[in-house]
Unconditional design. Structure first.
Length: 59
């Protein structure tokens, strides 16, 4: 009975440690996805028509 409770406590401690390791990685993934989305939104907002791109007075 004592060995089962020690094993349970050890399992819970290891679970908590693994969750603490994964937390910063989830934050980094969330930041990367939001940065990619904002880059898309900015390029979509700053787009110009294709005709203006091919025009002689194109920037």
């Amino acid at each position: 009975m004592i060995s089962l409770s020690i094993l349970t406590v050890l399992g819970l401690v290891l679970l908590k440690l693994s969750l603490n390791i994964l937390s910063p990685r989830q934050w980094m993934l969330r930041q990367t996805v939001s940065d990619a989305y904002m880059t898309y939104e900015r390029s979509f907002a700053e787009r110009i028509p294709f005709e203006n791109l091919l025009a002689a007075d194109s920037p």
